[in-house]
Ligand binder design. Structure first.
Ligand code: UD2
Ligand code: MN
Length: 405
């Protein structure tokens, strides 16, 4: 059993307590040495020897010069005037990916997003030299070329070089040609991008863990493969984890329209995650008690659950938690399982209002998600004690699936 991993009620209660103590000792000792290591990084200084924040913030790559008239630039919706033949191709692209990749392919891989964070976020100051480093892990399965590579460029162009160790792309046994040699050749020209491939379809949980296993950063930052990062998205996540190593921190997930690629982010208060008794993830407004706890609009918001795709976690804390349930297949359930795990293992799950990342929600599921129910059953069995009965009551099918596990 890995630290705060799968529980088995009272039988293991003592060993869990022991694991907690040991885990915390190892974890806290290591997190201290992380900070010390990070602070040894040299600070870029200007000609007068003063710390130069602009240099510290410098991304891995600068975005090319802005062309305001380019399609979809600054997150604008794309509406094309198409011939019948072109319209047919567009429809085909939607059928294939459940995302309008005909439109996506026409938008720059380097486009900028409009400024959509709370203006107070701009005033937050970071001590770049002491922030932990991160590895961004992106698992993908049969993703379209432009959505995947816009994600990669977006990370490279919005993350400080000083803080980003690498992007790890994990191919979860895709079978599309563009993800073979063409992808390898393309990323060979990019700094800090690594690609590994699963030898069989692992599903998003084990694919992410493959990536995590080779990550060199202090913090693991997971993203889906069709994202675009807003300016300044990374620093708040890393700062919060530096301040509270057992916090798992999510950015605000802004919607990118699957059809027009309009970026629909807004600077208002984020929503938090919940779930219904069928163990379906739900969004909620921030409750009053949580609003009262916060002293500023730039403070993190605690959230019972996460949507699942986008979050940062201290690598050592992730290991202490026992990572994910590796028995989960393909898609679904792992987000609630991991959320329950965090809270029940003494951590906290939070959303940082100053970290915004856009995500393309597809028109409908682009691949079979038939394992989602079995994954939810695993989450209920491990973490919900007697409340699992409420779940089985609301989801009678799940009881049958339970028998097959
Ligand atoms: C949401 C999450 C997603 C995951 C899922 C529940 C967000 C924005 N997205 O669904 O991350 O937590 O809920 O499971 O919160 N993938 C693989 N192998 C697979 C299946 C998927 O590598 O067998 C990749 C996929 O290419 C993508 C990521 O895993 O990069 C998440 O999959 P998705 O985008 O289809 O899930 P989504 O956003 O509908
Ligand atoms: Mn997704």
């Amino acid at each position: 059993m890995a630290m705060c991993g799968r529980r088995n009620r009272s039988k293991f209660i003592l060993s869990i307590l022991g694991a907690f103590v040991l885990g915390y000792l190892v974890f806290y000792r290591n997190s201290q040495s992380d900070v010390a290591q990070a602070s040894r990084r040299e600070a870029p200084v200007d000609l007068h020897g003063n710390e130069n924040v602009e240099l510290l913030k410098k991304p891995v790559y600068e975005k090319p010069a802005l062309d305001v008239n380019a399609l979809g630039e600054l997150g604008r919706a794309v509406k094309l005037d198409l011939t019948e033949e072109e319209r047919r191709k567009e429809e085909e692209s939607i059928k294939k990916h459940q995302i309008n990749t005909y439109v996506s392919d026409r938008i720059s891989l380097h486009r900028r997003l409009p400024e959509r964070w709370n203006p107070l976020c701009r005033d937050l100051k970071y001590d770049y030299r002491s922030l932990p480093t991160t590895s961004v892990v992106i698992a993908f399965y049969n993703e379209a070329w432009s959505t995947l590579l816009r994600t990669v460029h977006s990370v490279l162009e919005t993350s400080p070089d000083l803080l980003l160790n690498e992007i790890i792309l994990v191919d979860d046994y895709s079978d599309r040609d563009h993800l073979k040699e063409p992808l390898e050749n393309y990323i060979a020209n990019l700094k800090k991008v690594r690609l590994i491939r699963a030898r069989k379809r692992e599903g998003l949980v084990r694919a992410r863990l493959l990536g995590a296993s080779i990550a060199t950063g202090d913090v693991l930052t997971f993203l889906d493969c069709h994202c675009e990062c807003h300016e300044g998205w990374l620093e708040p996540l890393l700062q919060r984890i530096k301040d509270e190593p057992s916090a798992v921190v999510c950015p605000v997930i802004d919607v990118i329209d699957w059809n027009t690629f309009q970026f629909l982010g807004n600077p208002g208060e984020p929503q938090i995650g919940g779930f219904d008794w069928r163990l379906v993830f739900t969004w909620h407004t921030i409750p009053e008690h949580e609003q009262k706890r916060r002293s500023s609009a730039t403070d993190v918001v605690r959230s019972p659950t996460m949507a699942g795709g986008l979050f940062a976690v201290n690598k050592k804390y992730f290991l202490y938690l026992g990572t994910y349930d590796t028995g989960m297949e393909v898609w679904g359930g792992e987000n609630l399982e991991f959320s329950f795990r965090i809270w029940q293992c003494g951590g906290s799950l939070e959303i940082h209002p100053c970290s915004h990342v856009g995500h393309v929600f597809p028109k409908k599921a682009p691949y079979s998600r038939s394992k989602a129910l079995a994954n939810s059953v695993r989450a209920a069995e491990v973490w919900m004690d007697e409340y699992k009965e409420v779940y089985y009551h609301r989801s009678p099918h799940a009881r049958l699936v339970r028998l097959l596990l």
